[in-house]
Design a protein around this ligand. Structure first.
Ligand code: AMP
Ligand code: GLY
Length: 436
């Protein structure tokens, strides 16, 4: 069958890498894709928020499955658009309905959902412009640091953690009264600060049954030792050593099962990924956030560990038969480091020629040598691969142990160069310390 994958990041290259391994896939199209996806699939110049254009492409190219990488088309209702159209309704869309996507699209919706289904999360209250004074007073009843979250999508920037009450009260006004994050902050969730270590848990669900995919840890800050500005993610490790059987059992019983049961009970159509951002607070898991897609760069360490045919898993997801699916996972550790443009996550340049990619020969056992997943790259008019975004390219390696996986990963990453390349050299080091 022909498959269309929407998105252009490292996540999509890693998903594409797995899709094309499936004998069920005839042609894979990626819209818009990057220089990496162009190597394993056909890139299509489509605006993925233009559903009419997606429809025209799907019908013209006999596409039978659409896999949605990022959240924006889901929050905008691409699954509902397909379901409501006579000519599209039998096309398998992997991604939740608009209502399901509210788990990521609205923090207030997500918190209320968790409360209804008794899913452990930080205590919270939601405020609007009309109740800003109540919010100011509520903050005064909490202890520092203060957590403020813009309700809507804010490109990963909508969460503020503030050390003093004065700053928290000032920022609350800026969000509600001065629309600091535009419409996204017309509602603000204020919640209790949770102290612990974070991890990302991934679930594939058909709305009734689920598979627990490998978990991962990502590294959000730009600087080593988790300092500096937040980024989209600078690296990832899968599995997470502290997410042992006991901890994962708690995650499954207290969080995953009630989440899937809650979706079914509320008749929310959900055929896709749930990415649960968790805090391990003294051995107990609490939900920090839901996302309705895979994580990036977590996918770059999670997907290569999946040995099962992902297209078959997606078919089960669409058909509501995930209970019949078998998930086969590589037991080894995968480590991923993301290389970024100098300056990122603030202003950065594009168009720098990337060298060293020829070290990563195609056809070599991917379990043995590093895998390169492109993020912000493109091929220029001279046929050179150049930088085209903040997060540029990543390297994933497998090994029996985390130290070995990291060593191989950095050996690979050091072969790739461009003028202002930057990467963190301490991915995984915190986990190594925890393990000692
Ligand atoms: P989010 O966009 O909800 O993932 O939040 C961004 C980051 O803020 C998270 O990855 C956490 O590191 C942090 N964070 C969010 N909520 C809390 C909380 N209640 N307590 C502590 N840290 C938090
Ligand atoms: N790595 C975090 C995210 O994809 O949101």
């Amino acid at each position: 069958m022909n498959i269309l994958l929407l998105g252009s990041g490292g996540r999509e290259h890693a998903i594409a890498y797995k899709i094309v391994q499936s004998p069920l896939c005839s042609l894979l199209f990626v819209a818009p894709g990057n220089a990496g996806t162009a190597g394993c699939a056909t890139n299509v110049d489509l605006k993925i928020d233009n559903f009419e254009a997606v429809k025209a492409f799907v019908l013209a190219n006999d596409v039978k499955m659409v896999v949605v990488g990022p959240e924006a088309p889901l929050v905008a209702g691409i699954a509902d658009y397909f379901a409501a159209d006579e000519s599209l309704k039998n096309i398998m869309v992997i991604g939740p309905s608009k209502e399901g996507a509210e788990l990521e699209g609205s923090k207030d919706f997500a918190k209320a959902f968790m409360q209804r289904h008794e899913i452990p999360t930080a205590q919270y209250r939601t405020f609007t412009k009309d109740t800003v004074e109540d919010g100011i007073q509520f903050l005064a009843t909490l202890k520092a640091p203060y957590v403020l979250k813009a309700d809507g999508l804010a490109a990963g920037k909508g969460v503020l953690i503030l050390p003093t009450l004065e700053e928290a009260q000032r920022e609350l006004r800026a969000m509600l009264e001065d629309a600091k994050f535009g419409d996204a902050s017309s509602k603000v969730v204020i919640e209790e600060f949770l102290s612990g270590i974070e991890l990302s848990v991934f679930v594939l669900t058909d709305g009734h049954h689920y598979l627990l995919l490998p978990s991962a840890k990502d590294y959000k800050r730009i600087g080593e030792g988790d300092t500096g500005l937040n980024t989209g993610g600078m690296g990832s490790i899968s599995p997470v050593p502290f997410a042992d059987k006991t901890f994962m059992k708690k995650v499954e019983e207290r969080i995953v099962k009630p989440t899937v049961r809650g979706l079914a009970k509320e008749k929310i159509s959900y055929k896709g990924f749930v990415f649960i951002g968790l805090m391990n607070v003294g051995g107990d898991p609490y939900v920090i956030e839901y996302n309705v897609r895979m994580g990036d760069p977590e996918t770059e360490s999670v997907f290569p560990r999946i040995k099962s045919d992902v297209v078959e898993l997606f078919q089960h997801t669409w058909n509501g038969t995930l209970n019949e699916a078998v998930l086969d996972v590589d037991h080894r550790t995968a480590a991923c480091v993301m290389m970024v443009a100098g300056g990122y996550p603030e202003a950065y340049e594009k168009g720098k020629v990337i060298s060293g990619l020829d070290h990563f020969a195609l056809g070599v056992d991917p379990g043995m040598q590093p895998i390169v997943f492109h993020a912000g790259t493109k091929t220029n008019d001279q046929g050179q691969v150049v930088t085209n975004g903040g997060r540029v390219i990543s390297v994933t390696s497998f090994a029996e142990s985390l130290p070995e996986a990291l060593l191989k990963c950095y050996q690979g990453a050091n072969l790739i160069q461009w003028e202002d390349k930057y990467m963190r050299n301490d991915i995984g080091q915190d986990l190594l310390k925890l393990m000692m």
